[in-house]
Design a protein around this ligand. Sequence first.
Ligand SMILES: NC(=O)c1ccc[n+]([C@@H]2O[C@H](COP(=O)([O-])OP(=O)(O)OC[C@H]3O[C@@H](n4cnc5c(N)ncnc54)[C@H](O)[C@@H]3O)[C@@H](O)[C@H]2O)c1
Length: 258
Amino acid sequence: MRLKDKVAIITGAGSGYGRGIATMFAQEGAKIVIADVNLDAGNETAAGIKKNGHEAVAVKADVSKAEDAAKIAETTIDKYGRIDILINNAGISRMCPVTDLTEEEWDKHLNINLKGTWLISKHVIPHMVKGGGGSIVNIASLAGVKARPLVAAYSASKGGVIMLTKQMAIELAPHKIRCNCISPVIGETPMGMGLIKQASAIYKIDDLNIMKESVLQGIPLKRGSTPSDIAYAAIYLASDESSLVTATNLTVDGGVSA
Ligand SMILES: NC(=O)c1ccc[n+]([C@@H]2O[C@H](COP(=O)([O-])OP(=O)(O)OC[C@H]3O[C@@H](n4cnc5c(N)ncnc54)[C@H](O)[C@@H]3O)[C@@H](O)[C@H]2O)c1
């Protein structure tokens, strides 16, 4: 088992990539704390993990709120006594022309995707320092590397996540805390499918399959990223197998960024 007895917090693990990461981390021996604003969804992920004989607990938390960030760290320490791994995965994305974007939408993207990544890290890092080290993996996006129309707030937030990852990696290296990020291409998740729907409406393409095919055709490997694609990358970055890897942005994008 590649994560035996490690304690891992995974934000946004009630759905999509986060659920896939939580489920596969548990199979690799980690004890899982799921932090999601949607507690029913978080509990559903935890129930699936426990049904397979592994350990998990769900906490209701909005990553953009300081008090909730503190609660995630406290709950983990109360239950498991240490924190080895943090996966900052919770995020939102909505398409909109840059001039139609409202301040509210801009703030929401930046608060959840970027500020949330920092806030949870801020509350978890002191416990990793006490424990002698750790691994933080931030889920960024290809949109933080390569510009696309209609995702201004999302791109800005994810570009920020990539740079925050590098900054924290350098600052935390003396404490043996590694910090890396993963940038997926469009995903086979509720968010990915939601983006296809939004693009269909904006470009007035009625047939969702046509829209989806045109997106996938732009990917050299001709498919989107599944939760297990992202979970395999996260297992590597969270485990001791990557002990000399820090400050990297691992693109899981079927070759698009090339
Ligand atoms: N799906 C894609 O196409 C894609 C591509 C690249 C990157 N990503 C990134 O991957 C991550 C996961 O995406 P996904 O496709 O699994 O999304 P998803 O919508 O399927 O799941 C997101 C989860 O985050 C939770 N969440 C949302 N806001 C939250 C908040 N404020 N606090 C706590 N939890 C919150 C939701 O309840 C949900 O369970 C996100 O950061 C996203 O930006 C997704």
